[in-house]
Design a protein. Structure first.
Length: 287
């Protein structure tokens, strides 16, 4: 999905559903933001404003009209989290807050400051959707007070790749040493109905494919500890016929011809064009 399309839709939301609950995303301009936008677009009754990536822009939006919900990336917001929360409490006391914390220390800090929900980076997409639905009361007639901040404990870390959907859904393995990209891509695929698992290298991927069947593997080409090409060679022996989609940000990689090694290989450039990716997955996962 292109950024222009997302921006257009957000502007149309603001113009056409001004009476609907307003939501602001405060996050860096990265795959993280793209993932959040995809998730939030599953709530058509929300007026989703253009994301902001600094404190001043967020404060300007709050001062003009308090939103129902602010989604904050606690790692990359310009001001200290405590200062930001104090301002939100003063300027928009009725506004609910969801914080995406970079680690357990940030998680605890956000909890202590009174965030309505805190999620660790790498959270399952379903958790964010549930938090938004509960905090903005999309379930009419729901009773009781929800405490999303109690979801994770010291004894149980969230597992980004876990997915509790039906086992009949297509299984996709995402392989990339850039774990932020891999987790974001996995979350987007979950929104489309795929059961996903994340691996950080070719060798890590082989361990997964040896123990679990997959319908398709999405792998970066340039990685340490077994790159995407080496992974394809190993898979052609371990799992002959398993479709592999290689991803790369390097133009030279697009010129290579791997048909002789594995007829199931397709190469896509980064940034990904999701329409092309989804078409491939539909083709590979038919059976």
């Amino acid at each position: 999905m292109e950024n222009k399309d997302m921006e257009t839709q957000m502007k149309e939301n603001a113009a056409n559903i001004t009476e609907s609950p307003r939501m602001i995303i405060a996050a860096p301009p990265s795959y993280m933001r793209n993932c959040l936008v995809v998730v939030l677009k599953t709530f058509p009754d929300v007026c989703l404003e253009s994301p902001v990536d600094d404190e001043q822009a967020l404060l300007t939006k709050i001062s003009h009209n308090s939103p129902a919900l602010i989604l904050i990336d606690a790692e990359d917001i310009g001001a200290e989290t405590e200062s930001l929360f104090n301002i939100i409490k003063t300027e928009a006391p009725a506004t609910k807050t969801i914080v995406i914390a970079k680690d357990r220390d940030a998680y605890k800090r956000a909890q202590s400051l009174g965030a309505d929900c805190v999620l660790l980076k790498g959270y399952p997409t379903e958790d964010l959707s549930t938090a938004i639905r509960e905090l903005m009361q999309f379930n009419a007639g729901a009773s009781g007070t929800v405490s999303p901040t109690d979801k994770y404990t010291e004894e149980s870390d969230p597992q980004p790749h876990q997915n509790h959907r039906e086992v009949s859904e297509p299984h996709i393995l995402v392989v990339d040493d850039d774990q932020n990209f891999a987790k974001t891509l996995a979350n987007i695929l979950r929104l489309k109905g795929y059961d996903t698992l994340v691996a950080s290298s070719g060798r890590d991927a082989l361990r997964h494919t040896a123990s679990k069947p997959f319908d398709c593997v999405l792998s970066d080409i340039r990685m340490d500890n077994m790159n995407g090409i080496e992974l394809c060679r190993e898979l052609s022996t371990q799992n002959p016929g398993l479709p592999v989609v290689l991803m790369t940000a390097y133009a030279d990689d697009l010129l290579q011809d791997f048909d002789a090694e594995n007829a199931a290989i397709t190469i896509l450039p980064k940034p990904l064009h999701f329409d092309a990716l989804f078409e491939l997955l539909q083709m590979y996962c038919k059976g």
